[in-house]
Design a protein around this ligand. Structure first.
Ligand code: PA5
Length: 436
């Protein structure tokens, strides 16, 4: 069942029927490039068939490793950067308790989940190594290239820590590697030390890899149903495959982004009223930023956590430069069921809300913001997830991946490469005096 509902009413002030006519052929051409694999980056389309052509044997191995890790570990560390960790973190934070890591082991029923290798902050690395000293630790190091400096440095520190703590053989029982099938030093290390290894398919780039072992192993360790996630993505792969701008919400969203961009709306804000959506928004930022920001073009993807950011960035959105549009995410059914109690003395003046669900109050904030932003000249696409389930989130992930591919092709860029990421690396390596 469709659990991701798109509402485009909030762009009507800016996007007219004639605009759709102008972009229609570009959308159909983009569809053709994906289906017939004849566009730029067509060797990187493995994500499209992933939910349908799933490797059952690999899935079973992921699930069994995840069960083993849940028993082995007090702390599970996901080492990776960019596409090699954002998808996993996005989904884990959507489905685990917001205070998951702070809860007692019996309450959590799984290991604490920490992330590393996504920066080179010495303070963070020292703190992590000190924290895990007396804990049972399992590491999943994820790097497609197997040579990215941030995870490589962190992994070297953790490998030495693990070998000192458990011995070389014991460490090998607790290190899981996700990398290329043959390239890179990480693969070499994994083979030499007999680490359990999962493969990142050649035809799937980092930011499209959340439904490969890159994302699925950590997500399964968090106790989330990865098969349901893939089922939702498979549903989306059928739902969003019609080459029809009117009926295909995914293509309509991609078209609207480009229409707005051509009307000077060069910044897209992805917003949500749920703090546990923060990392989903980070995942979206990478997906679209890395896919479209090239050849001196591209919508700048930005993120806002409401209502928090309404008190810091709300002023800008309401009255700043009018180069913004917004994609607002709403959760239909909230299962927290927590009401504001009545106070004996109404000193804080909140008794008028007593008995109301906090979700109801939060949703009024959403409705109010939605209306205010449209009236302020910020077109808004509203995406409602009817219920926050792995199935619906699987659908949402595929929706954004496909929308990004279509949108990138409409824009006239290759949505599957990232040549610009190399520039800082080359300078850094030269400064670090790395020998070739
Ligand atoms: O999407 C991408 O390609 C990047 O974000 C990569 O995932 C990121 O740079 C990490 O690369 P790797 O997995 O090779 O360590």
């Amino acid at each position: 069942m469709n659990g991701v509902l798109l509402n485009f009413d909030g762009v009507k002030n800016v996007v007219q029927e004639t605009d759709y006519e102008l972009v229609k052929n570009d959308v159909y051409r983009a569809h053709d490039m994906l289906i017939n694999k004849n566009g730029a980056g067509s060797n990187m389309l493995g994500w499209m068939e992933l939910p349908e052509n799933r490797d059952e044997e690999e899935l079973a191995r992921i699930i069994s490793c995840a069960e083993k890790i849940r028993k082995q570990a007090d702390v599970f560390i996901v080492v990776g950067i960019g596409g090699s960790y954002l998808g996993a973190r996005a989904i884990i934070e959507l489905f685990t308790d917001p205070l998951y890591n702070l809860k007692k082991t019996e309450e959590r029923k799984g290991p604490q989940i920490l992330y590393a290798g996504n920066n080179m902050s010495p303070k963070y690395i020292r703190s992590l190594i000190e924290y895990i000293e007396d804990k049972e630790v399992v590491v999943n190091v994820i790097s497609k290239s197997g040579k990215t400096l941030e995870p490589a440095i962190t992994f070297r520190m953790l490998k030495i820590f693990m070998e000192e703590k458990y011995g070389v053989g014991g460490a090998a029982e607790r290190i899981y590697v996700t990398t290329d099938k043959e390239k890179g030093v990480l693969k070499e290390l994994a083979d030499k030390n007999y680490y359990e290894t999962f493969i990142v398919p050649d035809d799937i780039g980092g930011r499209y890899s959340v439904l490969t072992p890159v994302g699925l192993l950590p997500i399964a360790v968090a106790g989330i149903d990865i098969e349901e996630l893939l089922d939702g993505a498979m549903f989306a792969s059928h739902l969003y495959n019609e080459n029809d701008l009117k009926n295909n919400d995914c293509y309509k969203y991609a078209a609207i982004r480009n229409i707005l961009y051509n009307k000077g709306k060069t910044v897209e804000i992805m917003s949500s009223f749920e703090s546990h959506f923060h990392y989903f928004i980070e995942w979206y930022k990478q997906l679209f930023g890395e896919s479209e920001g090239k050849d001196l073009k591209g919508i700048l993807p930005y993120g806002m956590d409401y209502t928090t950011d309404l008190h810091s960035m709300g002023q800008y959105v309401q009255e700043g430069k009018r180069n913004l549009f917004e994609t607002m995410i709403k959760i239909g059914l909230d299962r927290s069921f927590i009401k504001l109690p009545e106070a004996k003395e109404d000193i804080d003046g909140l008794n008028y809300l007593a008995g109301k669900d906090i979700d109801y109050i939060n949703k009024q904030a959403l409705e109010g913001t939605y209306k205010a932003h449209i009236e302020g000249g910020v077109p808004v696409v509203l995406i409602t997830i009817t219920d926050l389930t792995p199935y619906n989130v699987g659908q949402l992930i595929y929706f954004f991946e496909k929308a990004c591919a279509i949108s990138g092709y409409i824009l006239g860029v290759n949505p599957f490469d990232q040549p610009g990421v190399e520039a800082y690396k080359q300078n850094m390596m030269a400064l670090l005096e790395k020998e070739e």
